[in-house]
Structures are given as C-alpha cells and as structure tokens.
Design a protein around this ligand. Structure first.
Ligand code: SF4
Length: 227
C-alpha cells in the first residue's frame, strides 16, 4: 500500500464529507452549472465556505447567477450582495469581468469555455480575472473535468508537515507531487479529506497531533517528539 493509499484509508475512516461544508462541491451537486461553481469558488477565496455559501445565496436571490444577470446588475448591486464574503470589491470586479468575458468570448455559456483538451481548458480558465491555479483546479476537479489535488492552505500545510512536499514549494510543485501520491480517481476525495483534517485536527496553530490518525506517518510529529 502506498503512503497516499494509507493516508486516504485512515482519513476516510475518520471523516464523512458533508457537501454543505464545501461551497464548490455543494454548488456543483445542486446545479451542475460551471458558472455557478466558478462564482462559488471565487467567493470562497480567503473566507470560510459558510460565508461564501451565504454570499452565493444572496447573490442568487438579489441579482441572479448567470453572466448576463451579473453584468446587468452592475458593480454596486453585486458588491452589496456578496459583502459578507469579504474582499467584496475585488471579488465583485472579478465576477463582473469574468461575466463579460464569458458573454463576449463564449456566447454567455461557460460550457463553451470548458470544451476541448483539459490542459487548454485550465489555461483558458486562468485567463479569467480572479482565477489562479487553485480556483481553476477546484472547479475542474469538482466537476470531474480533470483529476488533480487543488492545493489550498490546509492541503499545503498537511502535505508539508507529513513530509510529502518541501516547505516553500510552488503551487505547481505541490500539485504535481500530490498527483504522484494519490491515484487519479482518489485525488478529489484526498483534497476534501485533507481540508476536513486541516479544519479539525491539523490546524495551523496548535495541531492536535496526539489525536491525529496520521501521527506515525508525520515528519513534523517526529520532529516535535525529538525536542
Ligand atoms: S501529526 Fe500533527 S502535524 Fe502531523 S498530520 Fe497529524 S496533526 Fe498534522
């Protein structure tokens, strides 16, 4: 059994994935609409999934969740609707600009952007404002278009502590390394389980190493036990 299989096996026994705790997954399961998943994922940047979900629901109620609806509403109404997600000015600017590009280049239908080779799709997505590697990977992995491990703050922290990746490694280095660690069909689940573990046990401050099911595999734990 590889280290990735073992990490996954233990985390699966520990956590049940609740879609409502992951705004991108929840939105995908509710709608199967890539534009909604894009909006959800942008809203979730630098905030909690709960705040992002509340903002998404308000945006849907007050503005609508389609590129023409967001464009038609204008900056002030979008800002007001998503305020609770934080960084609402920059997020609103990204949503308006992304909506404009989707209308002008893709006829208002985000499925047109997602057609073709997966790596090209990823590149096209990253041309949208507010969409970096992580946001593109969350959207594409959640929708089953590519199989990777989006590297958010929890994923990076736990992978580094376990000794799977080097501290300070670039986003792409961590992603590629985790693609080696986890098989293609388990990468999305690995992403979700690592987030669950990072929220509950392997927290940024004072991780609960004594209670952690991964502690015998963990470089960080071995080091703190030595000191
Ligand atoms: S042993 Fe501690 S640092 Fe290592 S994965 Fe578990 S909680 Fe995180």
């Amino acid at each position: 059994m590889t280290v990735g299989d073992e990490v996954l096996r233990r985390l699966r026994m520990q956590y049940r994935i609740q879609a409502e705790e992951y705004v991108s997954l929840y939105t995908h399961l509710q709608s199967r609409d890539p534009f909604r998943v894009l909006v959800a994922t942008i809203l979730s940047q630098n905030t909690t999934d709960k705040a992002a979900l509340n903002a998404l629901k308000t945006l849907e109620r007050d503005v609508g969740l389609s590129p023409p609806a967001i464009l038609g509403a204008g900056r002030r109404r979008v800002e007001k609707a998503i305020r609770m997600a934080g960084m609402y000015r920059s997020k609103s600017q990204c949503l308006l600009e992304a909506s404009r590009i989707i209308v002008e280049r893709y006829g208002g239908d985000m499925w047109n952007l997602l057609k073709g080779d997966a790596e090209e799709v990823r590149e096209r997505l990253m041309e949208l404002p507010g969409v970096g590697g992580k946001t593109a990977d969350v959207l594409l992995t959640t929708m089953g278009i590519i199989h990777t491990v989006p590297v958010d703050t929890h994923v990076r922290r736990i992978s580094t502590r376990l000794g799977l990746v080097d501290e300070g490694a670039s986003y792409e280095m961590v992603r590629k390394r985790l693609e080696d660690v986890f098989s293609a069909n388990s990468r999305h689940l690995a992403h979700l389980l690592l987030i669950a573990h990072g929220r509950r046990v392997c927290r940024a401050r004072r991780p609960l190493c004594g209670d952690c099911v991964l502690n015998d595999l963990c470089k960080y734990y071995k080091e703190i036990r030595k000191n």
